[in-house]
Design a protein around this ligand. Structure first.
Ligand code: F6P
Length: 537
């Protein structure tokens, strides 16, 4: 607290002026990523205190427990072993008498064989035609990771296969995803760890009806539907045979599952080799997280800085700003990862939290955000720490001009650097006056600066880089959860809404007035909805 009060009075301008080496000293490289965290409101003492906080919170013990398969998700009595999903085949990890790494690689081998069949056109649909369209039906972790990875790695994808994603239970999602498609050339991946998620099962049933309406034969389901799930019984009940089900395990959390069979759509798009490269990037970051001391540990430092910004500087939100079009869905993916993991009001032992937990995560790819919400970032009354993400090379260079390789990419990156610089250093009233700006306008033109950011750079967006980036944020979120003492792997908060929605759906399906249990607002809304739906268009 004393240190916080001391740092509260310091400006990044001053911190940089005091230490000419700051911009190279507060940096770190790991797994192909370069992190510059110098534009945070920190000094040596801040880092030392944060490292001490990590030690005091038992970060290394919790980390070991997670990697070793202990039941770190105590409220659900589960391990959180997503790191085993990217362990190399020659390693073993025995949990309850089972080598989970061997299990993982057996499934990866099956996924690879199936993906190659789809990619090569040797998997034939019911009428003997190859598959041209793949629709992943899933929601939350069974959608956001796969969509993000598909968008991020589109450059590496086989363009002849059209991949689409349906998550929302809004019928429009499925209607638009199937519009114009030939069912005879379409494969559905029903992706649900529990195989009990209402949205996914509803969409899967509607997809089956769409498929059968075109193909007219129940037997078609076997060639046009596969499942990804840990619930073999429910997939069989749905009509998907066990050999068409790709399993995952209790110890893979939904939002940590994109390296598991939940990533089947990713593997179909980019192929098993690229998928393997992505796993390699994750593994490289896992190894770094396990081995590096906290003050040189990229995920741990990012997690600690997030806690510093959130709890000490009072930043309620966190912007993620990828200067890479292919990462357009990365902020959405991070929303679930961060907010479902750490949006908790009690600690592991059930005691109420004494401080704020997960920030609200949001963002858009650069430079679009600059013409929308950056005004608030620069001059708003709220402090919004930013993570900038950029690459040395574009995957779509726009051609040489004026002796430069890719001026368009230079322009993109110039924007990234300029924004981070402007946020940190701002523009003073004196500098504005010196430009002859009328006094009345000076306050409007001042940018106070002192707004923290991290910048992450890598050479190119590759499957390896994406893997490293994902694991970086996974472990940063884990670190934050450890500091706050919360269970980052459960999500009880989403249950209440699910239960109420199911009850209300039953009421809406019936004609009776079963709505009396609701409050007056919900009752009136349901009544109004009934009137609106009764009117024929
Ligand atoms: O939103 C709650 C949740 O359980 C997420 O944690 C999960 O990613 C999502 O629902 C989907 O779950 P499933 O894969 O079991 O359908």
């Amino acid at each position: 607290m004393t240190h916080h009060a001391h740092m509260g009075g310091r400006h990044l301008r001053e911190l940089f002026a005091d230490d000419p080496e700051r911009g190279t000293r507060w940096t770190l490289s790991a797994a192909g990523l370069y992190l510059d965290y110098s534009k945070n409101r920190i000094d040596d003492e801040t880092i030392a205190l944060l490292v001490e906080l990590a030690r005091h919170s038992g970060l290394s013990e919790r980390m070991a427990a997670m990697f070793d398969g202990e039941l770190v998700n105590a409220t659900e009595g589960r391990a959180a072993l997503h790191t085993a999903l990217r362990a190399p085949a020659n390693e073993s990890l025995w949990v309850d008498g089972v080598d989970v790494v061997a299990q993982v690689h057996a499934v990866l081998t099956r996924m690879a064989a199936f993906s190659e069949q789809i990619r090569s056109g040797t998997w034939l649909g019911h009428t003997g035609l190859p598959i041209r369209n793949v629709i992943n039906i899933g929601i939350g972790g069974s959608d956001l990771g796969p969509v993000m990875a598909f968008e991020a790695l589109k450059h590496y994808s086989q363009r002849g296969i059209d991949l689409r994603f349906v998550s929302n239970v809004d019928g429009t999602a499925l209607a638009e995803a199937t519009r114009g498609l030939d069912a005879a050339q379409t494969l559905f991946i029903v992706c649900s760890k529990s195989f009990g998620t209402l949205e996914t099962l509803t969409n899967a049933r509607a997809a089956r009806a769409w498929c059968l309406a075109q193909l007219g034969d129940e037997a078609a389901v076997a060639r046009h539907f596969v499942a990804v799930s840990s619930n073999a019984r429910a997939t069989v009940e749905f009509g998907i045979a066990p050999e068409q089900m790709f399993p995952l395990w209790d110890w893979v959390g939904g939002r940590y599952s994109m390296a598991s069979s939940i990533g089947l759509s990713t593997m179909i798009a980019i192929g098993p080799n690229h998928f393997n490269d992505m796993l390699g990037g994750m593994r490289a970051m896992d190894d770094h997280f396990r081995q590096a001391p906290v003050d040189r540990n990229m995920p741990a430092l990012m997690g600690l800085l997030a806690v510093w910004n959130n709890d000490f500087l009072g930043a309620a939100t966190q912007a993620v700003l990828p200067y890479e079009q292919y990462l357009s869905r990365f902020p959405a993916y991070l929303q679930q990862l961060t907010m479902e993991s750490n949006g908790k009001h009690v600690m592991r032992d059930g005691r109420p939290m004494g401080c704020e937990t997960a920030p609200v995560v949001w963002g858009e790819p650069g430079t679009n955000g600059q013409h929308s919400f950056y005004q608030l970032l620069h001059q708003g009354t709220r402090l919004v720490p930013c993570d900038f993400i950029g690459f040395g090379q574009s995957l779509n260079p726009m051609g040489a001009a004026g002796g430069r390789e890719d001026p368009q990419h230079d322009l993109l990156m110039a924007n990234l650097f300029a924004q981070a610089e402007a946020l940190a250093f701002g523009k003073t009233a004196e500098a504005i006056r010196a430009e002859g700006v009328p006094e009345a306008l000076v306050p409007h033109r001042v940018c106070e600066g002192n707004r923290p950011s991290n910048t992450l750079l890598a050479q190119r967006l590759t499957p390896h880089t994406l893997g490293a980036l994902v694991a970086l944020y996974e472990h940063s979120v884990f670190t934050q959860g450890v500091i706050w003492g919360i269970d980052s792997f459960d999500q009880w908060g989403v249950e209440l809404g699910k239960v109420l929605a199911e009850q209300t759906a039953t009421e809406l399906a019936g004609a009776d007035d079963a709505t009396s249990r609701h409050d007056s607002s919900t009752r009136a809304l349901i009544e109004r909805y009934r009137q609106l739906r009764a009117v024929r268009a």
